[in-house]
Design a protein around this ligand. Structure first.
Ligand code: PLP
Length: 481
């Protein structure tokens, strides 16, 4: 297996060579040249596997350049009951158990890891894969990124204490929730650097861009990223679709559907890949919040990114996106992997803000008519829906869900076919978004053990102005490179 860019650069890469990188040289995203297929016998055999062994079996298909024994060790080290200890049923060995809400309706718990959000599922593996690869290459890596919450803390908890890796994470000073701030700033590992920027999230992102655009500095300081387009993150997420399917069925002739609270399209892109590998998924339902770029596409075939002023700050903030960075991977498949055309469409996103595959007058193509062949549909949930769903789920099922998962449940109930089990992916625990839980229920969300007093822990961070030179100086001072 080799990796190719969606925008058509001819170079073929191995898994290990794209692991530490981001975009392909031509600005595209990496995908395997063909999707590995799973046989009926394999799927049956996988029913017996632990989460860690299932993960190495799937990873082996995408990373043939890493010895299977090493993959087994890496996944065993990653998917442990100690790391995923917040499992609600007391059986942490299961890593991502299904929680039955009613017949045919399940939540799949993906938020049992250290930062209480599904990003741990992939990021924890990435931390171990990075350390393994850097060790082999006798190399080091300085991760430099910006966060408004979930991604930054998942990255820090995955990379803390890892050999050869430092993390420099920018966040807007005093703009994250108390819980999220405490989660990140209470880390005291020597390789974690929290930088509170005197500005908003966009200033943080601009600083990351400005520093990364200095190619000489970037090379010299060995700077890399861990954003959601990283291919290994997508592959790691493929695993839990298999696990969810195998847990909800007893025979491979059955189908299930998934509903996925979506932002950058990374999570549901993994579901698409699982389906392309032959996993019997009926529907993949995209759930969005008020930022409904993706809902619009899956309803009309028109992809129209939003300006910053039209990107709303909502109570499911991890889905507040104006364009979906992984969406290009799906469009590549949808248009028959024509990379020349793909490159033209995404150039048009830069120049005209979008494209139209509806087949209507003046459109850029008619591939939207094939959308159902890929199992996709979508729906949207807004603040009032979110509050109502959190209340309903507590009253009807005795379960408290977070705001993003609530968006998923709202849309799943509208879209489900009652003949087919529907699994809603739980993307965070409610403790992370307590302000909205209080608004919906009038009391606090439950706090998992070990998080009771997190806000009271000592915090370590530096405050810096929005100043590119000062930022570069700070980085090189810490790395000594
Ligand atoms: C990141 C995130 C999402 C969105 O996932 P994408 O892969 O960006 O689509 C949804 N919910 C939560 C809680 C998240 O942290």
């Amino acid at each position: 297996m080799h990796y190719v860019s969606t925008r058509g650069i001819a170079a073929q890469h191995s898994f290990s060579t794209i692991l530490l990188g981001g975009l392909a040289e031509d600005g595209g995203l990496y995908l395997p040249d063909t999707y590995p297929q799973i046989s009926d016998a394999e799927l049956t055999a996988w029913r017996q596997l632990s989460y860690a062994d299932l993960a190495s079996a799937i990873l082996a298909k995408f990373a043939p350049d890493i010895p299977l024994e090493d993959l087994r060790e890496l996944t065993k080290k990653t998917y442990t009951a100690e790391v995923y200890r917040n499992t609600s049923n007391g059986n942490a060995e299961q890593i991502t158990p299904l929680k039955k809400l009613e017949d045919g309706l399940y939540l799949q718990e993906l938020s049992n890891g250290p930062t209480l959000a599904f990003k741990d599922m992939a990021m924890q593996l990435l931390g171990n894969l990075f350390e393994y690869t850097l060790d082999k290459q006798h190399a080091e890596l300085n991760i430099f990124g910006a966060t408004s919450g979930d991604t930054g803390s998942a990255a820090e908890y995955a990379m803390r204490g890892k050999r050869g890796i430092r993390v420099f994470m920018l966040s807007p000073h005093q703009k994250m929730s108390a819980f999220q701030t405490a989660q990140m700033f209470s880390l005291n590992d020597a390789n974690i650097f929290n930088i509170a920027v005197e500005g908003v999230f966009d200033d943080c992102q601009d600083l990351v861009k400005a520093v990364s655009n200095d190619l000489e500095f970037k090379r010299q300081q060995k700077i890399g990223t861990v954003n959601s387009i990283n291919w290994a993150r997508v592959v790691a997420q493929v695993v839990y679709y298999f696990r969810g399917y195998l847990s909800a069925t007893s025979s491979n002739t059955e189908k299930v559907s998934f509903t996925v609270p979506s932002g950058n399209f990374g999570n549901i892109c993994a579901g698409h890949i699982a389906r392309m590998m032959g996993l019997p998924i009926a529907q993949l339902v995209v759930a969005t919040n008020e930022n409904d770029v993706l809902d619009e596409f899956f309803k009309t075939g028109k992809y129209q990114v939003r300006q910053s002023a039209q990107t709303y700050h909502t109570s499911s903030p991890s889905m507040d996106i104006s364009k979906a960075s992984n969406f290009e991977r799906f469009v590549f498949d949808l248009i028959g992997r024509d990379s020349t055309r793909l490159a033209a469409l995404f150039r048009q996103v830069e120049t005209k803000g979008g494209f139209d595959l509806s087949g209507g007058p003046g459109s850029d193509g008619d591939e939207f008519k094939r959308i159902a062949d890929y199992g996709f549909s979508s729906g949207k949930s807004v603040h009032a829906d979110r509050l109502a769903t959190i209340r309903m789920v507590q009253q009807r099922y005795g379960v408290i869900v977070d705001t993003h998962t609530a968006d998923g449940i709202k849309v799943a109930l509208e879209q489900r076919d009652r003949a087919i089990p529907m699994i809603v992916l739980e993307t965070a625990l409610p403790a992370k978004f307590n302000e909205t839980i209080r608004e919906a229920l009038g009391h606090d969300a439950p706090r998992p053990a070990g998080f009771e007093n997190i806000e009271a822990l000592p915090q370590q961070f530096v405050v810096m102005p929005v100043d590119v030179q000062k930022m570069k100086h700070y980085i090189s001072e810490q790395t000594g490179l």
